[in-house]
Design a protein around this ligand. Sequence first.
Ligand code: GLU
Length: 274
Amino acid sequence: MFATRFAPSPTGFLHRGHAFSALTAFRAAQAAKGRFVLRIEDIDATRCRPEYESAIFEDLAWLGLEWEQPVRRQSEHLADYEAALEKLRGQGLLYRCFRTRKQVAEEMLAAPHGPVEAFRGGPLHPNEEERMLEEDRPFAWRLSLDAAAERVGGFGRLSFYDNGKKVRANPALAGDVVLARKDVGVAYHLAVVVDDALQGIDHVIRGEDLAEATHIQRLLQALLDLPTPTYRQHRLLTGPDGRRYAKRDKAETLRDLRAQGVTAEQLRAELGFD
Ligand code: GLU
């Protein structure tokens, strides 16, 4: 059965861009007589707040959306992500990374063939790693793209459907991506891939700002033996100034609009959903 989802992080109030994204996925589920899932992506406890989560429920209900219950909250399922990490670790696909953000940035700039866009630093020498562990230095777990390529027999075999077109996955875009952060023990790409599979999501409909993420997520699906959903990226909504809505710009939130007397019907119509 067709199943799609909207997966916001409760790090701020929803704005028009979120409404557009949520409605796009919701209407697609309705048209296919399928499932619509709302997932709360709250692994980053330092940035997520309960009041933003309640606002998500309130704003989406106001907008006319209905979703399956119970809602999955990532923070309540860390054991699922740990099991996936363990699986990857057991296959020798992960390495510990003790570097700071600054060190990572410096290494990328000073790469042997000139600055690189994606980090491929590899593990420390075993003696050095032992020393860091003895000193209790915090570390992240990164995916080794070299080891991953070997495991799947080269990335050339990996593809996915994106807006109806078959696309070859290019996981190198993401580099040796962090799958378990130093602070929270898991990272976005891993949690999303595990959840999409566990929740039976077969259509991922999300903004084109996440188009690049699909490439590394496709690789993770292969490494974890998980099914690959079909992907559909929607355009990003832009404001009157031509720039896309973003939480950091304090874009007008759905609550602001509501307080100004805008009705859900008006907003839906403005966004092209009648
Ligand atoms: N939680 C992500 C966000 O708020 C979306 C994840 C996804 O759709 O894959 O940007």
